[in-house]
Design a protein around this ligand. Structure first.
Ligand code: ARG
Length: 599
């Protein structure tokens, strides 16, 4: 009989999910009991070098110095005042001048392993007492311009944005995925001009974005060569903006077709948006922005344009934030301001996260500064605003990645090449699979490799795109991780049981070998890998953890035979396999990857 879920949850809550935060809380309790709050005490808990235990707390020393006490004596007092949540889980010792070392006791590790045994329970643990829990995060990512194909420059926003959404969601946030497409540019004038004259319907049917790009080029060079064409294109744009039915329907068609083409790529990445509200959606919402910003004296006319300066900023005191162009048209800034208001009022956003490349740093800073003043003056609550920026994907030559002939690499072609290259690897490694199975494995490995290679970089840096490094079984790659997952599944298949079958572990006894214990300790550090990634919206912290976990698993697997005749040993090792699998799969799914049972 399964136990009632409430009972189970109460049990779960009695086992700390995140040992580092439990130590922090325990130290804060001890500090309070000792009256250390007179001069603020910060626990400063870090993951320790494994030789010194699991965690180290450094806060006693600076506190003792500040308050002129003997650090070791104070450390002893703190240890004596620690609550049972700590003393029942850790051995605590004093190191050096007054650092505290915490080593997880084996029964605590075992409790953790038997408690957090499903993805749902990991989520329960990850959700409890997190600052993100219950908050609404609008994540603005991908957000390409329509009428053009996505290229390699569009990769990172999709991949990083999706991982961030999943990480936030797993931490209990309400996530709203908003694809803020650029569907209202001035380029539509030339495009409509050419569309009306040179549309190739066959090309439109087979490859619409290619056709729109061609038409745009046609319109552009015709306008360059002939002043009257340029004039006509301008008229087409004015007509569009004034709501001319014919132009609007062409424009709608272009956007619809663009989105359908984008969706094919999103499908490959497993991305679904809750909203795709383009710049055009905010068209009728910008006048309110002009009005309010002018009324509060934040925006003023300058050479016909409406601009915002920030006298308190060293650069934006002179570099204007143009929110209405001199021809009266709205721009990127006006729509972004209107968008933020909309997200605040309609989505009740507690946070608005912009996953945009670092070159738009100024735009974001000016947007955030302007919004902060605007919201303050109008008594609105400002959501947390964050530009989750990222660097550029470089070629081996250190310059932005291009084709040999210097063109942008289309994202579609990049994913096709990834799948093709993965097929070669899979063909060598997965010889037991049928050709069809190999092909579907290759698709998962190919796209996953591109995603994972991107996510394992600190997003702030540029990185060099290398097929050989990315699609490989060596190093921290998707293929390495996915094969580890499939290998664990195959262990269970061979032993004719399942990782989710509790009876498989019923006979398990205490952890014994060094490699078993090392693996268990690594497993129980998952919450910190996760926290590192969520707190800074940096997925690579989780990627690094997963790599270390896979490494500990290999060491364990090479050292400790699982299929032994002794039921107790087999069961406890199988349990370690099952938990490794659970955490690897959960982690990889959080990074946006699909995993496979058989490879
Ligand atoms: N469409 C823009 C571009 O391609 C990115 C939009 C990002 N989101 C935003 N709210 N500004 O550069």
């Amino acid at each position: 009989m399964p136990r009632p879920p409430v009972q189970r949850l109460i049990e779960v809550m009695s086992v700390p999910f995140n040992f580092a935060t439990a130590i922090e809380a325990g130290l804060n309790d001890a500090a309070q009991a000792l009256g250390l709050d007179t001069a603020p005490f910060a626990p400063e808990v870090h993951t320790a070098d494994p030789r010194h235990g699991d965690f180290q707390a450094n806060g006693v020393l600076p506190y003792a110095k500040r308050t002129k006490q003997n650090p070791r004596a104070l450390a002893e007092k703190v240890i004596a005042a620690l609550p049972s949540t700590i003393t029942t889980n850790f051995d605590v010792t004093i190191a050096g001048p007054g650092f505290l070392n915490f080593t997880l006791q084996i029964p605590a590790l075992e409790r953790w392993l038997t408690t957090y045994d499903t993805e749902e329970l990991l989520r329960t643990g990850a959700t409890s007492a997190q600052p993100e829990a219950g908050k609404t995060f609008v994540v603005d990512y991908s957000s390409p311009n329509t009428a053009k194909q996505m290229h390699v420059g569009h990769l990172r926003s999709i991949v990083i944005g999706e991982a961030i959404c999943r990480l936030l969601d797993f931490s209990g946030a309400k996530v709203i995925r908003d694809n803020h497409i650029g569907d209202w540019g001035t380029g539509f004038g030339k495009l409509i001009w050419a569309y009306k004259r040179q549309l190739n319907s066959n090309a439109l049917a087979t490859d619409p974005l290619e056709e729109f790009e061609r038409l745009y080029k046609v319109g552009n060079s015709a306008a360059d060569a002939d002043e009257s064409v340029l004039e006509n294109a301008r008229e087409e744009l004015v007509k569009l903006q004034a709501g001319d039915e014919e132009n609007l329907s062409i424009w709608r068609r272009i956007n619809e077709v663009s989105l359908a083409a984008f969706q094919k790529l999103y499908d490959q990445f497993g991305v679904t948006f809750d909203h795709t509200l383009g710049e055009s959606f905010y068209n009728d919402k910008v006048p309110q922005v002009y009005q309010e910003l002018t009324d509060i004296g934040l925006a003023a006319e300058s050479q016909g344009a409406l601009v915002v300066f920030h006298p308190d900023h060293p650069r934006f005191n002179e570099q204007p934030f143009i929110i209405r162009k001199s021809d009266g048209a709205a721009n990127y800034a006006s729509t972004d301001l209107a968008t933020l208001l909309y997200r605040t009022e309609q989505f009740k956003a507690d946070a608005s996260i912009y996953v945009i490349d670092s070159r738009q740093g100024d735009h974001c800073q000016q947007l955030f500064l302007t919004a902060a003043k605007w919201f303050e003056k109008t008594n609105r609550r400002l959501p947390r605003l964050e530009h989750t920026s990222f660097g550029t994907v470089l070629g081996e030559n250190g310059k932005p990645l291009k084709t040999r002939s210097g063109e942008n690499i289309k994202l579609r072609d990049l994913l096709a090449e990834a799948t093709e290259r993965a097929a070669t690897l899979v063909g060598q490694k997965s010889t037991n699979l049928s050709p069809q199975e190999q092909a579907s494995v290759a698709a998962v490995v190919g796209v996953g490799s591109v995603q994972y290679a991107d996510l394992c970089q600190n997003r702030s840096s540029d990185y060099v795109f290398s097929w050989d490094k990315m699609i490989s079984l060596e190093g921290n790659t998707a293929a390495y991780q996915l094969y580890a997952v499939a290998r664990i599944h195959s262990i269970f298949r061979t032993l004719e049981t399942s990782p989710t079958e509790p009876t498989a572990f019923a006979a398990a006894d205490g952890l014994e070998t060094t490699t078993e214990i090392a693996l268990a300790r690594k497993l129980a550090k998952f919450p910190e890998g996760l926290r590192g990634a969520v707190s800074q919206l940096r997925p690579h912290a989780l990627g690094l953890y997963l790599y270390e976990l896979a490494g500990e698993f290999s060491a364990f697997y090479n050292n400790d035979k699982v299929a032994v005749p002794e039921a107790n040993i087999r069961a406890r090792r199988l349990r370690l396999c099952a938990r490794t699998l659970l955490i690897l799969e959960t982690g990889l799914h959080l990074m946006g990857l699909r995993t496979l049972q058989r490879m």
